[in-house]
Ligand binder design. Sequence first.
Ligand SMILES: *Cc1c(COP(=O)(O)O)cnc(C)c1O
Length: 394
Amino acid sequence: MREEDEMTFSTDETSEFEAFDTAALRLTVDLAAIVDNWRTMARLSGKARTAAVVKADAYGLGIEDVGQALYHAGARDFFVAVPSEGVSLRPYAPEARIFVLSGIWPGQEGYFFGHDLVPVIASEQQVAFWTGCVAENGDHPCALQVDTGFNRLGLPLDDALELAQDSSRPASLSPVLVMSHLACGDDPMSPMNRLQLESFHKVSAAFEGIESSLSASAGIFLGSAYHFDLTRPGIGLYGGQASTIATHPMRPAAIAEARILQIREASIGETVSYGGMHKVDRDSRLAVASVGYADGYMRNLSGAGVPLRDTVEAGGFGFIAGHRVPIVGRVTMDLTIFDITELPENAVRVGDYIELFGRNITIDEVARAAGTIGYEILTGIGLRYERNYQVEVE
Ligand SMILES: *Cc1c(COP(=O)(O)O)cnc(C)c1O
C-alpha cells in the first residue's frame, strides 16, 4: 500500500470529507479569554486583590494550563478544594499562595509543608489538629474560614470571635487570611447578603490587621462593600454568569464541539432514540453527533417533551452552519441526535463539528436546558475530548 492511500479515504461515498485526523470531540480552551475575565474581575474588585479559584481542575478546563496563564498574568493567590490540586498547581505558580479550602486532615501534612500550601482551617477540630501540626513541623501560614450563614464549612461566628480575643492563642494560629462565603451572592436582592456582611464585619474587625475575604464571583458584583482585601472569583473566569444582574461582562472560555457522524432522513411518524419518545412530525433530516452523557453532555438535555425520569421542558440544542438546531429524542451515552431539517440541504456534512457550547451557545444556556448550572456543565466535561489550549491574546 502506498503511503498516501493510508492517509485518505478513497471510496466515492467518503471522499467528500477529510480523514478524521482529529478527535470526534474537541474542547478549545481560550486562555486569553480566561486571563481577560480575571482582569475584568480584578477591575470590578476595585481596591481588593483578586485571587483565582482553580478547584476541580480549573472548573474542568485544566488546572495546569489555566493556573500557568493566570500566574503569568499576575495572579498570586489561588484557591483549590483539596491538597492534590494544590500539588498539581504548584509548579505552575511557584511564588503564589495556594489556599486549600477543605483544610488539613491527619496524613496530609506532607502536602502542606512539602508544597507550601495554606490550609483553610474551618472547624474546632481542625484548629486543634493544626496547632499540633505546627508544633511538630514548624511555623506555617494558615487561613481561617468562618461561617456567617451558609452552614457548610467554617467556625461558628462566636467561636471565631472568641478565638480572635484569646490571648493564649499560639502565633501559629494567626491566620494570613480570614474568610467567609455568601449563600445568596448571585441574588443582589436577597436580604441574606447584608446579614452575612454584618457578621463578617465583626470577624474582620476582631482579626484586625489580618486580610479578609468574603466574595466569590457573584459577590464581586454586589459592590465595594463586599470586596474586603481579597476576592475569590471562580466561575466568572471561565465565562459563566455568576450573578442574576443583567450585565454579564465575561467572555466564553471554552468551546466544545462534536463531529457529525451521520446524516439521515426520517419520515413523518418515525421515532428517534431510546424509548421512541420523539415522534417525527414531518419528514426530517437528522444529524448524529459523537457526544453523549459519558462526555458530560447530560441526558437531561434531551429533546423537548421527551420524558426522562423528570420531564424536560425546553430541551437542548447545538449550533452548526450558522444555526441553532434542537436535540431530538434522548441523549445517549456516546451519541446525540440533532434536527437539521430547517437548514439548507448541503449545509451540514458528515465530519463537520457541531458546537455544544462556546461562542454561540453559552454554558448557562446549556445548563438551563439541563436543569442545572454552568458550573456543573464545565466540571462535567468528560475525558474523551481532545483538548486544545489557545494562548494568543487578542
Ligand atoms: C468555589 C468557591 C469559590 C468560587 O466561587 P464562584 O462562584 O465559582 O466564583 C469561592 N470561595 C469558595 C469558598 C468556594 O467554595
